[in-house]
Design a protein around this ligand. Sequence first.
Ligand SMILES: Nc1ncnc2c1ncn2[C@@H]1O[C@H](COP(=O)(O)OP(=O)(O)OP(=O)(O)O)[C@@H](O)[C@H]1O
Ligand SMILES: [Mg+2]
Length: 419
Amino acid sequence: MSDVIISGLDIGSNKISTLVAIKQQDSNDLKIIGFNSTPSFGVKKGLIVDIKQVTDAVEDSIEKAERMAGHKINNVFVSVGGPHISSLNSHGIVAISNSQGEIDDEDVNRVIEAARAISLSTTKQIIQVNPRDFIVDGQSGIKNPIGMTGVRLEVDTHIITASSINLKNIERVLNDLGLENSGFVFCGLASSESVLTDTEKELGVVLVDIGGGKTDIAIFVDGSLSYSSSIPIGARHITNDIAVGLRISLDSAEKIKLYLSKNLNLKKKSSQIDFSSLNLNETIEDISLSTLIDGIIFARIEEIYKMIFEEIEKSGFSQNIPAGLVITGGGALNIGMIEVGKKVIGLPIRIGIPDKVSGLVDEINDPQYATSVGLILYGFKNIINKENPDFKNFSNILKDFKLTNTISKIKNFFKQFIP
Ligand SMILES: Nc1ncnc2c1ncn2[C@@H]1O[C@H](COP(=O)(O)OP(=O)(O)OP(=O)(O)O)[C@@H](O)[C@H]1O
Ligand SMILES: [Mg+2]
């Protein structure tokens, strides 16, 4: 296989980031060669609310990443997240076509298509169909059924859907910039590629990406993605609370939040705080560290975790996640994230850093780039699979994300039943 170049575009509520990576023929390393992060405008809770503003920011980010990489970016894997994301687990059954009863690619494609035929509102679109488990003649627990013999093939899949309008808006931004969409990837799934270990996925784990405006959740059970969702609250809400509580601007509140988070060893909670080094425009009323941290910041973090807990309960997998929570996204670094989380959720919690790539890594070894790095890792898996048919990973099959293709695939699925 020749060198492969791949790019990822994360359109976040706080920042837009672009990564370009190369996998050289003679190396197993995935090397980052281009990177840019630029403030995001026109995105709220994962939804594009102003196409022009987003297009301008994406153009800026892409151009800067291209310049650093010395490569033109033509295709990008792009992130999708926010409360418009929902998921369901669907089952498919087909008869095996080969008279010898040996299962081939085509049978696997057909059974996944069968699972994919769900009734969907016109406002929703499938972005991902991930096989969790194959069943051959009633025997379950099969990860790759190709070459096995049987008469009936079944599959349990995890299907992720997103708002059609938001997907169209993203397509529009990409089209306007002459970029081709290599695939939509749910932010929670992308981040899980960059921060989770295989052991955690096998044991059962919850990936929580706490961004600026939303928190994406992906639950893995028995090694497979089994629940995806997103809640409309993120780390920016902590900034808002500080601004309201101290009657200061959002800019000053953000500076205070970052200062406290970077000085996690501030233990003397009863003492007054000295923010003089931050050069804020406002004078801050006397407030104790304990009122600010416990009364304002921790109160909001507790609320975020209560919502995460509700999602875990809703998933039905609360008894299947002994590896606990891996939190990532910029918000994971906030002061109190681990300690408050452990209290509310009662499970182990660790911070996930995207450190599975090499190259220009200093800056991107930060939870806020978990999704961007994940897009690259996810993309490589796809491309390598396409180029090397000996290595098949069915979680990547049938991900033709173009809206029109999806419709034609559904039509083809129905055609197979027409005599
Ligand atoms: N070191 C840090 N300590 C505390 N908070 C941080 C730190 N770094 C970033 N943040 C916070 O993380 C948030 C941004 O996170 P991130 O970059 O993951 O968001 P995003 O991906 O742009 O948004 P979203 O995923 O919600 O669309 C901001 O609220 C920022 O204040
Ligand atoms: Mg994000």
